[in-house]
Design a protein around this ligand. Structure first.
Ligand code: CTP
Ligand code: CA
Length: 225
């Protein structure tokens, strides 16, 4: 629901948000995954609905309830997420990649459960690269003027890593989070800097994920074609 003072600056717009973390199966019972809860992406979807947008949420393995008013597409793997995001992006004004997409997946999927063998060491798990959805969206905009936003969780030289990543990915905005043991994953709050391709940097103070989501839409709205 729109609160008093919520802008309707996304009215008539279609926005796509990816959320959660992909899981890359090894066998019918096991996967390679990550700790993304989906909370930031779901907050982006809810705030975009509140600001008047038509929202497609591509949700990877999140246990959160579907946000009211959004079209939710549930996916498992990075390959499935790519397919769903590219399909929804075809007529989108903006795409926000908040999902944690696995960089690699197991090279082989075992149709039967992998068993241990008496006296044998395990085989190493061979991995292959997954497609980079954000780079692909940025390089081949489905619509002229489509705004593409990425997220990056960094450690160490957070800002320098973020600037290099923004340039490498070719997106319009990159939301950079510093991660640590008690920061970001599964938490209700976030702290970030939003880097833009025009060189501007918007610090976002420690606060709820909804507040960061609203800052992202505040930066997306004036960039819409
Ligand atoms: N991303 C993506 N497809 C991938 C990997 C990442 O679309 N295969 C997107 C994420 O959704 C996020 C952004 O790219 O919006 C940055 O993800 P990140 O993991 O920080 O970037 P990488 O290029 O994978 O760099 P790193 O080697 O640091 O993991
Ligand atoms: Ca990565």
């Amino acid at each position: 629901a729109r609160g008093a003072g919520t802008p309707a600056d996304l009215a008539g717009r279609h926005v796509v948000v990816s959320a959660g973390g992909t899981r890359e199966p090894l066998d019918p019972v096991r996967f390679l995954g990550n700790r993304s809860s989906g909370k930031q992406g779901y907050a982006l979807a809810r705030t975009a609905v509140a600001r008047g947008a038509r929202v497609t949420l591509v949700a990877a393995n999140s246990e959160l309830p579907d946000p009211a008013g959004a079209d939710v597409v549930h996916v498992g793997t990075a390959v499935q997420l790519r397919e769903a995001v590219l399909k929804a992006a075809a007529d989108a004004d903006a795409v926000v990649m908040a999902a944690a997409v696995a960089d690699f997946r197991p090279a082989r999927y075992a149709e039967g459960k992998i068993k241990k063998r008496e006296g044998q060491e395990p085989e190493p798990v061979a991995l292959v690269r997954n497609p980079d959805v954000l780079a692909e969206l940025s390089a081949e905009r489905a619509r002229p003027g489509q705004v593409v936003v990425g997220f990056a969780a960094e450690t160490d030289d957070v800002l320098a890593n973020g600037r290099a990543k923004l340039a490498r990915k070719g997106c319009d905005l990159l939301v950079v989070n510093e991660v640590g043991e008690r920061k970001t994953f599964g938490s209700e709050t976030n702290e970030a800097v939003v880097l833009a391709s025009d060189g501007t940097e918007t610090p976002v103070p420690y606060g709820p994920k909804e507040a960061l989501a609203d800052v992202v839409w505040d930066l997306v709205a004036p960039r819409l074609a």
